[in-house]
Design a protein around this ligand. Structure first.
Ligand code: HSE
Length: 300
């Protein structure tokens, strides 16, 4: 028996919601083919698209580790599994690359086992993979990759995840400049204390963004997507970040920000045409900076 699963890229934080907001996009995404084998043990037989960067060793790859963890949890540690992993998006891009692979693996094994767990119940297993990949088990990539759409992590302890509605006409455009920003490092540079003044601005914006999603009020969404806590620090890792914001906003973007921990940046637009135009302009600017870039645009 075998199964093929696609899991999408995700934009975590969504500007003001560090570690608590994220959404999935249509593409890109990673694929996993999983087969049950006779002998016990989870093995990875193929990895493509990773430029040789991901480990085959089952104890070192986030996909095999979370699949084994899942099998142990459901009381089937003896099950043998072969995994082929097809990376269809860059690693370390801020697009939830490790999350997509882990989520595809967990969805695949849960399907092969007859779905004993719900997608929501798979989230903690995927978070273990995140912890392994970047030191912290945050859920703002894995939860939207598993559940789709927009997701709020209201609380981590206990885990409380809410799927949010969103306006259908919202498009996302993403540009990934080829600079390496490991999430682990991008988390270390954030200040651990915030001022009450900044906190008031931030929670006003998070509440505004969530209200805007519920009310399908695009202007409210747009004016709430501001971050006074994380972005001022992380933007230094992204070449010409504020110039890129200017280009995006001058060309009709509703918002502009860092995707996850970067270096990818994303914009919201009202339609596919605007997403495409902004994408091209941002990409061109990165080229001028002598930085190779990859771009995507997709409905969320
Ligand atoms: N919330 C996480 C961070 C997402 O910003 O570090 C990482 O993709």
């Amino acid at each position: 028996r075998s199964v093929k699963v696609f899991a999408p890229a995700t934009v975590a934080n969504v500007v003001c919601g560090y570690d608590v907001l994220g959404f999935a996009v249509d593409q890109p995404g990673d694929e996993v083919i999983m087969r049950i084998k006779d002998e016990p043990g989870v093995v990875i037989t193929k990895i493509s698209g990773d430029e040789g960067r991901l480990p085959y060793h089952p104890a070192k790859n986030t996909v095999s580790v979370s699949v084994q963890h899942y099998l142990d949890h459901i009381g089937r540690p003896e099950v043998g599994v072969e995994i082929e992993l097809f990376k269809k998006m860059p690693i370390g891009s801020g697009l939830g690359s490790s999350s997509a692979s882990t989520v595809a693996g967990l969805f695949a094994i849960n399907t092969l086992m007859g779905n004993p767990l719900t997608q929501m119940e798979l989230v903690p297993f995927a978070m273990k993979g995140e912890e392994m990949a970047c030191g912290t088990g945050h859920a703002d990539n894995v939860a939207p990759a598993l559940l789709g759409g927009f997701v709020l992590i209201r609380s981590y302890e206990p885990l409380d995840i809410i799927r949010l509605p969103y306006p259908e006409e919202l498009y996302c455009s993403i540009v990934f400049p080829h600079v390496d920003v490991p999430t682990r490092d991008a988390r270390k540079i954030i200040r651990s204390n915030v001022s009450l003044k900044d906190a008031v601005v931030q929670w006003g914006n998070v509440a505004g963004l969530v209200s805007g999603l519920f009310l399908k009020d695009i202007d409210l969404i747009s004016r709430s997507m501001k971050d006074v806590i994380v972005e001022p620090v992380r933007s230094i890792l992204i070449p010409d970040f504020y110039k890129l914001r200017e280009i995006a906003m001058d060309n009709g973007a509703l918002s502009f920000g860092i995707s996850g921990s970067g270096p990818s940046v994303f914009t919201f637009t009202r339609n596919a045409d605007d997403a495409q135009i902004i994408n091209e302009k941002l990409k061109k600017h990165f080229l001028w900076l002598d930085t190779e870039s990859i771009s995507y645009h997709s409905p969320i």
